[in-house]
Ligand binder design. Structure first.
Ligand code: SF4
Ligand code: SF4
Length: 364
């Protein structure tokens, strides 16, 4: 039996982020009944609403059910008291990034809007410092060639090392999360290993099958699908670009198949992000309340995609501002990729880990 430690400050934090008035929940259970992805055994989100109402931080943070929720908003639409359980679970997930962030200051840096200038300054200084060390910190003359500004060997090796370091350190926090998930046991007898569970879960993730169960906000699956596969395609194109740089195939012609794939990926991202942003601005039924973390995540990916398209045009058209735009693009890459474990983008890791744990415990 786990000790329950009511934490009123935590309750207030969840209320502040979600906008929910937790004391108005009458624990009717409607939210659990209408949730199409909730298991029959110990269903969510009613029990999580009880935990949140009592400020039971340890029953919420590291709770796998918080991550089985796919934020469809159906429960909030049916809640007779307008408590918005979907937003309460979303707020809990945001608190989770902060709780497991390693080192801790990274969690604070990326969850506090007052620290945004510092979060921007950090990559600006580090990237400028690396270019300085490479000896190319000046605007090159002649036709635009980004490699003359930031030599590809320096770019690829420095970003690779920083990303590995960032994820390696963050993995310490993720492993604490994995350990904490085991505090939640379900009445199932089947137990699978991590890899066998992950192998099963990946089908769910790739097919977005849980999103299909949304009733109120059906556009959510399309939007997430476009962003998910657009981003995956962009990663593939980036890997090819690194290979092209190493083998002297760079720069790529506009007709290069990978260039075309990259542009298709950008279109997918623009479309998916457009739907997401529209849903938030128009406050579509079933869409979640937008927090700073949501906007930071959406804005970073949008700016990354847009700046990628702009620097491509700047290179072909030889714009004088090309190198400044390229620098801006690299800062966006940093925000999305290197900061990933500490922002809302971290859900790709946390949700996968929690779904894997649920599968290992045969929680269907
Ligand atoms: S959140 Fe709403 S639907 Fe869920 S138990 Fe509370 S009052 Fe009922
Ligand atoms: S938001 Fe959707 S998936 Fe999440 S608890 Fe509510 S009904 Fe279930």
């Amino acid at each position: 039996m786990t000790d329950l430690k009511p934490d009123i400050a935590f309750k207030k934090e969840i209320e502040a982020i979600s906008g929910a008035s937790l004391s108005t929940c009458m624990q009717c259970g409607t939210c659990s009944v209408v949730c199409n992805v909730s298991p029959e055994d110990q269903p969510f989100p009613r029990k999580e609403m009880v935990y949140a109402g009592w400020g039971m931080r340890d029953r919420l943070i590291g709770n796998p059910d918080v991550w089985l929720c796919h934020q469809c908003g159906d429960c909030s639409s049916h809640c007779p008291r307008g408590v918005n359980p979907a937003d309460v679970l979303a707020a809990t997930r945001l608190q989770t990034y902060k709780r497991y962030a390693t080192p801790r200051f990274m969690g604070r840096l990326l969850s506090n809007p007052k620290l945004l200038p510092l979060a921007i300054l950090l990559p600006v200084l580090i990237i400028a410092g690396i270019i300085y060390l490479a000896g190319t910190l000046s605007i090159p003359a002649g036709p635009v060639n980004y490699s003359n500004f930031f030599p590809h060997a320096w770019l690829n090796s420095s970003f690779f090392l920083i990303t590995v370091a960032s994820y390696g350190i963050a993995a310490v926090g993720i492993s604490r999360f994995w350990k904490d998930l085991h505090r939640f046991e379900f009445n199932n007898t089947v137990k699978r290993g991590f890899f066998a569970s992950f192998w099963k879960v990946k089908n769910d993730i790739l097919a977005h099958s849980r999103f299909s169960k949304c009733e109120k906000n059906r556009g959510r699956k399309v939007a997430h699908f476009l962003v998910f596969y657009g981003f995956a395609l962009l990663l593939l194109v980036t890997l090819y670009a690194i290979y092209a740089a190493v083998t002297d195939l760079y720069p790529l012609a506009l007709t290069n198949p990978f260039k075309i794939l990259g542009n298709i990926a950008s279109l997918m991202l623009f479309s998916g992000l457009g739907i997401m942003i529209w849903n938030r601005l128009a406050k579509m039924e079933g869409s979640e309340r937008s927090s700073y973390a949501d906007w930071l995540f959406l804005t970073a990916i949008l700016l990354l995609t847009a700046s990628g398209v702009v620097i491509e045009a700047a290179r072909f058209l030889n714009w004088s501002a090309a190198y400044y735009l390229y620098f801006f693009h690299l800062v966006c890459v940093w925000f999305v990729i290197i900061y990933l474990p500490y922002t809302k983008f971290g859900h790709v890791i946390y949700r996968t880990v929690a779904m894997t744990y649920a599968m290992s415990a045969d929680r269907k």
